[in-house]
Design a protein around this ligand. Structure first.
Ligand code: ZN
Length: 301
């Protein structure tokens, strides 16, 4: 009887595992469907496309929004949003989708020509870490994706994840004036440098501070330099894009990822793209010294 019960339990638990994985697989599929629907509903403004694949061969789908979305137009000001480096930060995925909805709405109002939206080209990648998102896990193949980028003080091997190599390659396909990376949950906006160095200030500290102050006024988040505002960490996307390409980099830490939090943050990020320079920085060189870090990675951004 015990054996029968045991077998029954094993059978039941494998049924529930199978049900879970099916349900999880649909979490990314649901986002992909929503992106496709945005293209279908706005063919003149939105293009659904893949930036490439991850280790599983899964396509990493993005949406390009512009007045000529069918192909990338380097004569426009390029802006980029990536969410869900960490698969357990679903608020960041929600943010990316709500940002897209709002953006498409704004493209259909007279704001399009009153502001500089018509000169811009947005690319939004809502889910970078697909397997983590489907399992609600921070990690991808046991790696923290937001420690897998090269940087001036990075002494570990990088680009272990194909998703990260794919994104790095994509970031080189055109100049991106600004790049936003969405995470949770602290409730702040930060800018480089965020790695281990004896001086967190970039040569653009004053410019960053000036813009971030105005962005933070929109939703009341705090702001500052990442190394000061949160624990330092090597190998992050937010440092990489600025260091490598000069893209004006904003790390969004949602407060709690609720619908209300996200709704209040979408206009703050819209303001960031409106205020920030229309070309990448040329003062993005790292000029200070790296410092060595021995302890555990305490950053949980
Ligand atoms: Zn995160």
């Amino acid at each position: 009887m015990k054996l029968v019960l045991g077998l029954l339990l094993v059978a039941l638990s494998s049924v529930s595992l199978a049900a879970n994985s099916d349900e999880d697989a649909s979490r990314y599929s649901k986002i992909v469907k929503e992106l496709k629907a945005m293209e279908t509903n706005h063919p003149g403004l939105a293009k659904f496309f893949s930036i490439g694949t991850n280790d599983e061969g899964t396509e990493l789908y993005a949406l390009r929004v512009s007045t000529s979305p069918q192909s990338m137009d380097p004569s426009k000001v390029g802006h980029f949003v990536v969410a869900t480096h960490h698969g357990n930060e679903g608020g960041s995925t929600l943010f990316a989708m709500e940002f897209l909805k709002d953006l498409l709405k704004r493209y259909q109002t007279d704001e399009l020509y009153k502001s500089n939206l018509a000169q811009m080209e947005f690319t939004v990648l809502p889910v970078l870490n697909v397997s983590g998102f489907n399992r609600n896990s921070r990690y991808e193949h046991g790696q923290d994706p937001n420690r897998d980028y090269p940087g001036p003080c990075q002494d570990k091997s990088t680009g272990k994840l194909k998703s990260i190599r794919t994104l790095m390659e994509f970031m080189g396909t055109r100049p991106f004036a600004a790049a936003v990376t969405a995470h949770g949950y602290i409730g702040n906006f930060t800018y480089p440098w965020g790695f281990y160095t004896d001086n967190n200030n970039t040569l653009d500290e004053n410019r960053y501070r000036e813009v971030f102050k105005k962005v933070a006024e929109v939703n009341g988040y705090s702001y500052g330099n990442a190394g000061d505002a949160i624990y330092p960490a090597n190998g992050t996307y937010e440092d990489y894009v600025y260091w490598k390409h000069g893209s004006w980099s904003l790390l969004l830490e949602l407060r709690n990822g609720s619908a209300k939090d996200v709704a209040g943050t979408v206009p703050a990020i819209a303001r960031y793209f409106d205020l920030i320079d229309s070309s990448p920085s040329s003062k993005n060189q790292f000029t200070a010294n790296c410092t060595r870090h021995q302890g555990p990675d305490l950053r949980r951004e």
